[in-house]
Design a binder for this molecule. Structure first.
Ligand code: FEO
Length: 392
């Protein structure tokens, strides 16, 4: 891909990674991703904002052919998908200085062996004049690493946000063309990357209120030329109340837990509670993460195997604990053959969740009438709790 003009002397550079299907050897990327860098040519100084993932380095270097000088490389975030090509850019433009937060400096030295004297650190709110364009650096810690910052270009009202507001979609579109598609991808991105830091992100969203942001240029996905909707969506995901929704990740070995799950779903629906079901043997874990953004309640459906929870349910529980969703209630249902410590083991895996645990329902073998009644009671308790949250 050639470099592409966004505004006068402001260009998109970077790479579209059409083929990537996994990030951090963990996160599914059903639609690939992009690594966006930006080139701004002020009347006096030239700046490159972020770079690309190391395998894409030569694509970026080809886009820089014909660029006579780079005075500054702004590195918003030390993670290698954005910083990985900085050493190569410095080889070609050795006079360039890498502009970072003080914390990012140490991280980039550790991660990429960039020499100490290549850096200029900037404090929160500091500005850099490029002549006729001014960059303002806004520290936004924990979006999603401790060193992260964003850049606001004052004259053009553009926020270069790096991972903040990003989405994993590989497309040839420079700007958001299909809002529905980008909304889903951005929500998936938020769920997997940003949700664990909701409380700090709240402060960063508040901080950005002071700026007249007319365009958001993230480092993954397409540029928001009408950014109001994604900023509203983030406010809801970060600060909004949970929805009248139960997220039910489950796994079943011989069908007994599945019968319990199906009964609970039916009972919840009768009570007017929405449910999203995820069979952990086949589900896309990113879809589960997305549903967790909104859920008021999580119920884990889990058979006992080798005296403990089925490993797939344990994995989903660990992941939920790590993602720290805003859910208020949690329960466990499932079947066992002869005994075990399934509930105790799972309960010990959720120290990060601020949830009230509702009475679990475990049955021996196939669920009996008594077990179905207990599931109805659980559905009723969930509906009652949701009512207290003001859903009805
Ligand atoms: Fe896209 Fe946190 O790197």
């Amino acid at each position: 891909m050639q470099k592409r003009k966004i505004r006068e002397r402001i260009y998109w550079l970077g790479a579209v990674d059409w083929d990537r299907r996994l990030f951090d050897s963990l996160i599914p990327l059903p639609d690939g991703t992009t690594y966006n860098a930006y080139l701004v040519q002020g009347s006096e100084k030239v700046v490159l904002l972020d770079t690309v993932d190391p395998p894409m380095t030569e694509e970026l270097m080809a886009q820089l052919n014909g660029v006579d000088k780079i005075d500054f490389i702004v590195s918003h975030h030390a993670e290698q998908d954005h910083s990985g090509a900085i050493p190569r850019v410095l080889e070609r433009f050795p006079e360039a200085k890498v502009v970072v937060t003080p914390k990012a400096k140490g991280m980039l030295i550790d991660l990429l062996n960039i020499p100490q004297n290549s850096f200029v650190t900037v404090e929160d709110g500091e500005t850099l004049s490029l002549g006729d364009k001014t960059l303002k650096f806004i520290h936004t810690p924990w979006v999603h690493w401790p060193e992260t910052m964003v850049t606001y270009m004052e004259e053009d009202h553009i926020l270069f946000s790096c991972d903040f507001y990003g989405s994993h979609i590989a497309t040839a579109d420079l700007f958001v063309m299909d809002q529905g598609r980008v909304h889903e991808a951005a929500k998936r991105y938020f769920a997997e990357i940003m949700m664990p830091f909701r409380h700090v992100i709240t402060r960063n969203i508040e901080k950005l209120k002071a700026y007249d942001i007319q365009m958001i240029a993230p480092s993954h996905g397409q540029i928001y030329d009408r950014p109001g909707w994604i900023m509203d969506a983030y406010r809801d995901w970060v600060m909004g109340s949970p929805h009248n929704l139960v997220v039910l990740p489950f796994v079943s070995m011989h069908g007994s837990t599945r019968k319990m799950v199906d009964h609970l779903v039916s009972s919840l629906v009768e009570h007017g509670v929405r449910v999203e079901l995820f069979n952990l043997a086949v589900t896309d874990i990113g879809k589960l993460a997305m549903a967790l953004v909104d859920a008021a309640t999580v119920v884990v459906g889990v058979p006992t195997v080798l005296a403990g929870p089925h490993p797939l349910a344990a994995y989903a529980t660990l992941l939920t604990n790590a993602l720290r969703p805003k859910a208020k209630f949690l329960s466990i249902i499932g079947s066992y053959g002869w005994g075990g410590k399934t509930v105790e083991t799972l309960a010990g895996m959720i120290p990060n969740l601020k949830v009230e645990v509702l009475e679990p329902v475990l049955c021996k073998g196939l669920p009996s009438e008594t077990d179905y009644n207990a599931l109805d009671k659980l559905a009723s308790a969930i509906a009652e709790k949701h009512k207290e949250l003001g859903f009805y």
